[in-house]
Design a protein around this ligand. Structure first.
Ligand code: AMP
Length: 413
């Protein structure tokens, strides 16, 4: 046996129904908020992420599945969806095509990270992006929609955290304040923090190294360095969230791992998930569209990890089971059984047939194992009389039904 690639997972029957449920709720919620689906390729040019996600991010520096293709072009499996969504929005002039470009996509992402519970090398996201709207009302609506999505899935023990990381006008002063705050302590921090101090000091707040935390806890907070417009924007977002009666906590450590965020950042955490507890995260990225060659348009969005949503989903009892199991007894009956199965399926009933000639007992055992609601037994003698036997599996009760009436009888039951 050749095992699957480390960090990838098969979604097997039994689990796949939970995935389908999460995806169906995602589509339903996105639809209600006016989002349209956009599907972009899994493979993109490597430079899209260097420019979009950011050269200084862990994603671009360490985690991309990038390679030179047979034509000599540098390409990569997408580590996240936003740059590809922005590319497609610009490339197809979706601004003209859609009244409000509200877009979502669902699909796999690839990051070469160390796999653990809730963290994989191929994982799946629901991605939501809105272009062209700068108003704080949209930030709050996007956040509220994310909360509604998680609530609709009945995931318990969640918490919404928000922050503002400012804009290019006020961020430099904050970065400088961080470096000043670190001062003599910088050389004591981990290697990653040293690198972050040089490339993007905000990201020091991402550090999980226990020994670094006492220093990081003393650092200044981004909200204390916001320019007037950023501060007003952040206050407005909070006002709208209160109007929605949506509880939240402001966390100054929520800077998010990507370079393009401006102003609002947010995450929904789920206590039950352990170390990888972020169900979803996002924020505003007002400079990204321009940076990727489009007009100067603001943007905002979030990405939700489907693996983590499925993990956090409460248990369900709905088992997937066929309506009918058709058992044939005798050679002539076999052909009739397959024809009957087709008629049952055409009548909307989920139907299985036994493919091997076996005893009645063996076939009924199989019907039981498949958890079928009914077994329809087709025997040579009954067939001659134009009848079949219907057995209700839960009660064991059985009776004869006219062959021509069985689809109607079971469809209405
Ligand atoms: P990010 O794109 O890093 O902001 O992540 C957004 C969401 O995607 C996270 O909150 C997770 O739910 C999910 N996610 C990110 N990386 C992984 C991963 N390696 N494995 C599984 N889910 C992930």
């Amino acid at each position: 046996m050749i095992p699957g690639v480390r960090g990838t997972r098969d979604i097997v029957p039994g689990d796949v129904e939970r995935w389908q449920h999460v995806e169906a709720v995602a589509r339903d919620v996105c639809g209600r908020y006016g989002y349209r689906e956009l599907r972009t390729p899994i493979i993109e040019r490597e430079e899209l992420f260097a420019k979009g996600t950011g050269e200084s991010t862990d994603i671009v520096q360490k985690e991309m599945y990038a390679f030179t293709d047979k034509g000599g072009e540098r390409v990569t499996l997408r580590p996240e969806a936003t740059p590809g969504m922005v590319r497609a929005y610009v490339e197809h002039a979706l601004e003209q095509a859609l009244a409000v470009p509200k877009l979502f996509t669902i699909g796999p992402m690839f990051r070469y990270e160390r796999p653990q519970k809730g963290r994989y090398r191929q994982f799946h996201q629901l991605n939501v992006e809105v272009f062209g709207v700068a108003d704080a009302a949209l930030d709050a609506e996007v956040i509220e929609m994310a909360c509604t999505f998680v609530e609709t899935l009945a995931i318990q023990g969640t918490e919404l955290v928000i922050n503002s990381v400012g804009c290019p006008a006020c961020r430099p002063a904050f970065s400088e304040a961080l470096l000043n705050g670190l001062g003599e302590d910088l050389p004591k921090l981990c290697g990653d923090c040293q690198r972050r101090a040089a490339t993007n000091p905000l990201r020091i707040f991402d550090c999980k190294v226990a020994a670094d935390q006492s220093v990081i806890d003393q650092l200044p907070h981004s909200v204390d360095f916001l320019c007037d417009t950023c501060r007003e924007h952040f206050e407005a977002v909070q006002r709208y969230l209160r109007a929605y009666e949506q509880p939240f906590r402001v966390s100054h450590r929520l800077v998010r791992g990507l370079d393009y965020y401006t102003r609002t950042t947010f995450e929904i955490l789920a206590s039950q998930l352990g170390a990888q507890n972020a169900l979803l995260g996002g924020g505003r990225y007002d400079g990204l569209v321009k940076q990727l060659g489009g007009a100067d348009r603001p943007g905002i969005g979030f990405a939700a990890g489907l693996e983590r949503l499925v993990l956090a989903l409460p248990g369900t009892d709905d088992e997937v089971a066929p309506d009918v199991f058709v058992a044939a007894l005798g050679a002539a009956a076999r052909e009739a059984a397959f024809v009957l199965a087709r008629a049952l399926r055409a009548g909307g009933l989920q139907t299985l047939v036994d493919y091997e000639p076996r005893s009645a007992k063996a076939q009924l055992k199989r019907a039981n194992r498949a958890r079928a609601r009914y077994a329809v037994i087709v025997g040579d003698d009954e067939l001659a009389r134009g009848e079949v036997t219907v057995k209700t599996m839960a009660t064991g009760e059985q009776h004869s039904v006219a062959r021509d009436g069985v689809v109607a009888a079971l469809s209405s039951s």
